[in-house]
Design a binder for this molecule. Sequence first.
Ligand code: EPZ
Length: 421
Amino acid sequence: MDYLEIEGGHKLSGEVIISGAKNAALPIIAATILSDKEVILKNLPNVVDIRTLLKLLTMLGAKVEHNDTEAKIDCSTINSTRAVYEIVAQMRASILVLGPLLSRFKHCEVSLPGGCAIGQRPIDLHIKAAEALGAEVTLEQGYVVAKAPNGLHGTKVIFDKITVGGTENAVMAAAMAEGITEIVNAAKEPEVAQLCEMLNMGGAKIEGIGTDRLVVHGTNGKPLEFNEPIEIIPDRIEAGTYLCVGAITNSKITLKKVNIEHIQTSIEKLESMGCDFDIKKDEIMIIPKDELRGVNIITTEYPGFPTDMQAQFMAVATLAKEESLIEERLFENRFMHVSELNRLGADIWLKGNVAAVRPVKELIGAEVMATDLRASSALVIAALAAKGTTKIRRIYHLDRGYDRLEEKLSNLGAKVVRKKS
Ligand code: EPZ
């Protein structure tokens, strides 16, 4: 199995081009099911999760041509509506095919994803939305079986809790439904907004994009049509991760092709720790500080501080000169990186969903294990600042969501090598 060997303590410099956002690309790939013509996607990140979802579409019968950052997807040939366990178990986001399959084909069977490393992650809200739109949903042998023989009908969907994937599934289901669907307490993440904009390009009409109330005018069964290629937005989590790399290694790093508005909370937290920034239109340079102050973070939905940046900030906080407090409010088990960071010499104490990160003078390289995607990137960040060599095992998590990580880090002067054990 591959592992990463990182020799820490080197000052970095240079530029990183930020890739397209995995979490924007995934629902957009799922939404191509709503079309019976070819759709062209550009600026896809070259990561395993994207390939997994494209494989699922191929298994459903779609024709897919994929080349690095571009894909041509033709869903006119879909001849199955069953998303099998083999794929869904590998990647929870496969649940995103539920809404579009149901909307276009009036039935589908999607394997239940089950729990994962960061928490239980139920899909009850996805199911509730499908039912509100008129589907009959049953659970059969581990599969969610959804049927709407008379098609889906516009309705009011009220989410008890804000859910990114649930909102995306509801919007995709409503896009080809008959009539108007109002989605209340919708997620406002930029990835949800891009999905809505894409659906509008294809013929749906969605109002309230970027707000917590979306109004979707469905096409009444007419498949969507995309005449222009869709360019995936920059990955705000990848961008935030490289800012953390700059902060912890005390290095000036410039990020190119970023959306500054989407990374505002990461910028503000790093400013509160003492870092400065030189910001141009879609470019940002971090000007770090020798001594970082502590930081207080509470994860919450967009535009609040993202749970997907919690682990990386915790890594940076380990070397701050003051104590930091980090509270995780979205996922109950998203602290698997704590014990691994402590193996590198950090002093982090956990109580419930709050971590107290106490200052230490240095981190020291060790063998550690990646547990989920963002936890893994936190270990990379810590390893870059640690004295000596760190071996990070189970890096398939990183491969799921970070495009060309070693190449981008090596270009900045980091000593990172992928090895086989
Ligand atoms: C998306 O997951 C992202 N994944 C996650 O990114 C991200 O951490 C998360 O949103 C929160 O921002 C993708 O976009 C592919 P949710 P999602 O539904 O949609 C609860 C990464 O590292 N909930 O917004 O699955 C749920 O348990 C990943 O890139 C229900 O209770 O997250 C959680 O506590 C990991 N019932 C909260 O809502 C449901 O039916 C928010 O989850 C659905 C969710």
